[in-house]
Design a binder for this molecule. Structure first.
Ligand code: SAM
Length: 244
């Protein structure tokens, strides 16, 4: 009898240990769209979408960096805005607007329209509100979005664009679905990202994107690729359209 207990007690201990280990161990998040890897680039969040690792969000303490003087030569913002080919009555959405580096260049061009400046960080929105007051840019509307939703009104946007922002959206699929919903039929999306195919572009890997990857991700939400323009020194300018 004593010999039998010597066998049963360790077996019970083993069973309870396994059970609690299962309850206590953090469960990997599951999602049909996303994959999570523990072995990943330190500049990324370990979450992958269509094989691409998502980057960390740039915090509001980097606001001055977005306004750096060298950016004019590096990213040619005036050429970017010219290539948006805007009409004065257009309604534009700057998604992941940051300090409004592009928003406030667009505001005087769409005098009869408006610019929605969407961001998830209240500190960025506060900086844009200050600038809006200073510049009397009354057609700028700041919008606090969430990681999955722009919170823009449906079917109102002529052009939605993202500069150096999409690669850090933690829910890229949901964000793009929300953007598509906000577009008018025939509305455009422009994505500007550092060129992932080009090793000469000295930017961390998770902060760059290839045209093939961008097309794969944006076509997956029903957008139609129109053209990729190569006028920028380091970035792609990729145009998509929502079916009319
Ligand atoms: C690197 S900054 C670029 C800012 C601006 N587009 C520019 O070119 O100066 C990226 C911005 O995207 C914002 N962001 C990240 N995820 C977002 C999301 N899901 N929705 C809206 N904004 C987001 C961040 O808060 C940050 O302000």
């Amino acid at each position: 009898m004593t010999k039998l207990w010597l066998l049963i007690i360790p077996a019970l201990l083993l069973a309870t240990t396994v059970m609690y280990a299962q309850i206590a161990s953090p469960k990997a998040p599951t999602s049909a769209e996303y994959e999570y890897r523990t072995n990943h680039d330190p500049n990324g969040i370990g979450k992958f979408y269509m094989g691409r690792e998502i980057a960390h969000v740039m915090g509001h303490l980097g606001a001055d960096w977005l306004e750096r003087a060298e950016r004019v030569a590096e990213e040619r913002p005036d050429d970017v805005v010219k290539n948006f080919k805007l009409k004065p009555s257009d309604v534009v959405a700057d998604i992941g607007a940051g300090t409004g580096y592009f928003t406030f260049r667009i505001s005087p061009i769409v005098k009869q329209g408006k610019v929605y400046a969407v961001d998830i960080q209240p500190e960025m929105l506060a900086l844009m509100e200050q600038r809006k007051t200073k510049e009397k840019a009354n057609n700028v509307i700041t919008v606090q979005g969430t990681e999955q939703d722009t919170k823009l009104p449906e079917s109102t946007i002529d052009l939605a664009f993202m500069v150096d922002a999409y690669h850090e959206f933690s829910y890229p699929r949901e964000m793009m679905q929300s953007i598509v919903k906000s577009l008018k039929p025939g509305g455009r999306v422009v994505l500007i990202e550092y060129r992932g195919e080009d090793p000469a572009v000295q930017i961390k890997l998770v902060h760059k994107m290839t045209v093939a990857q961008v097309r794969k991700e944006l076509e997956a939400v029903g957008l139609k690729w129109k053209e990729t323009k190569g006028f920028l020194p380091y970035q792609h300018f990729i145009v998509f359209e929502k079916a009319g």
